[in-house]
Design a protein around this ligand. Structure first.
Ligand code: ADP
Length: 399
């Protein structure tokens, strides 16, 4: 009888132990299940983050590819980590330069100095540098040092912008201002000089001398007016403030009208003018085209040979009319053929001035022809003559 309670106790303990193990196994199973689910979710999230990361990187790189500036990201040893296509082209890098040290890929000492001079105190710098190649190019280079200290890796960012065109425009503007000042100063100083002489000698100068001085003042004032008028025309054409009309212009009729105006001057110089062009109609602004013909024939008479010959003709091909004005004068040297269309460029400055030239006639011609969608150029054999040619859209028979 005394052993029974013991047996019951032992059975109870055993039952409790069994219950404990059963519970623990169940608990273990549940936590295992939870752990597995958690791990699966974690790897799915990691994969998603990785995918989003890659997509963002690709999108960001595409964005950087789309900008015209060259962009480079370098690691602490100045090895390329990222480079966009404009930078590859600008720096003439191999097509896949990632991992390449900048020093090995680019011979541009000024760029290397700019990067090497970056310090934690001077983290960014901008410089305008001449092109590393022998061409006339100029670049604006921005370099910055990222994470110079701290937990993140140190990097360099370099942005390169081609500023060659801006520099050339600035240079042309400076030259233009210098040229205008020079062109205006000569007649102004003449007017001032003669006027001062007249005022300083009032009543003491013979009438004929006085008349000569006044004539000179008038001549120089007319010259100033010519230059200013040409400049105003050119400025209006360049800024397109005066719209170019698009009318059907009978070139033959227009040419006869212009040559009639020159007949007297041509005869005085013993020059004959021959026009042989078919009936050509072009789309354009009659007043502007008249100005083109006027300037070219004026030059042919001014620079052509005395007792020489001027020939004017035209042809039409594929709805484009090509007009030429040829003289048999001294011609233009090959190196000047392009430059004569620049403002104030003259082959022979004193001859141009002596004939009343402003140095703007051909620049005006070029602007007008370009505004009509055409081209103008000069051909010349020195000693034999010059031919100016220009194209304009022709009116086809069906129009
Ligand atoms: P300009 O007022 O000096 O004539 P243009 O712009 O009309 O200015 O011409 C520029 C230069 O081109 C002239 O100064 C001259 O040296 C040269 N030129 C133009 N036309 C001729 C030509 N038919 N023959 C020779 N040289 C020419």
């Amino acid at each position: 009888m005394t052993t029974l309670p013991w047996i019951i106790c032992i059975l109870l303990v055993l039952a409790l132990i069994a219950l404990h193990f059963l519970h623990q196994r169940r608990f273990h199973k549940t936590t295992e299940g939870l752990k597995k689910t958690f791990q699966e979710q974690l790897s799915a999230s990691e994969a998603a983050i990785g995918r989003i990361n890659r997509e963002l990187t690709t999108q960001f790189q595409n964005l950087l590819e789309g900008i015209p500036d060259g962009l480079l990201v370098l690691d602490k040893d100045q090895r390329l980590e990222f480079v966009n296509t404009p930078a590859i082209n600008l720096l003439r890098l191999p097509s896949n330069p990632i991992g390449l040290r900048l020093l090995e890929g680019v011979r541009w000492p000024e760029l290397m100095t700019l990067i090497e001079n970056l310090t934690p105190d001077q983290r960014a710098n901008t410089m305008e540098l001449p092109s590393p190649s022998s061409s006339q190019g100029w670049f604006k280079v921005f370099a910055a040092l990222i994470n110079p200290e701290g937990p993140f890796p140190k990097k360099y960012i370099v942005a390169i912008r081609d500023i060659t065109e801006t520099r050339l425009t600035e240079q042309h503007q400076r030259e233009f201002v210098a040229n205008i000042s020079h062109e205006l100063r000569t007649p102004v100083s003449h007017i001032k000089g003669w006027a001062e002489t007249l005022l300083g000698n009032l009543g003491n100068i013979p009438r004929e001398t006085e008349q000569r001085f006044l004539e000179s003042i008038l001549r120089n004032a007319i010259r100033l007016e010519l230059i200013i008028n040409d400049l105003l025309v050119l400025s209006a054409l360049e800024s397109s403030t005066i719209p170019i009309k698009r009318e059907c212009v009978d070139l033959q009729a227009l040419l006869h009208q212009v040559t009639d105006e020159f007949q007297k001057r041509a005869t005085e110089k013993g020059i004959t003018i021959t026009c042989s062009l078919p009936r050509v109609c072009i789309w354009g602004d009659p007043l502007r085209i008249e100005q083109v013909l006027f300037n070219l024939i004026d030059n042919a008479i001014k620079y052509g040979r005395p007792n020489g010959h001027i020939q004017i003709g035209a042809s039409v091909k594929d709805a484009i009319a090509e007009v030429f004005v040829a003289d048999d004068g001294p011609g233009i040297p090959p190196e000047a053929l392009e430059r004569i269309f620049e403002k104030f460029y003259r082959v022979d400055v004193s001859r141009s001035r002596a004939t009343g030239g402003t140095g703007l006639g051909l620049a005006i011609v070029k602007q007008i022809i370009q505004a009509h969608g055409g081209k103008v150029w000069a051909e010349s054999i020195p000693g034999k003559g010059t031919t100016f040619r220009f194209t304009l859209p022709a009116v086809s028979n069906s129009e």
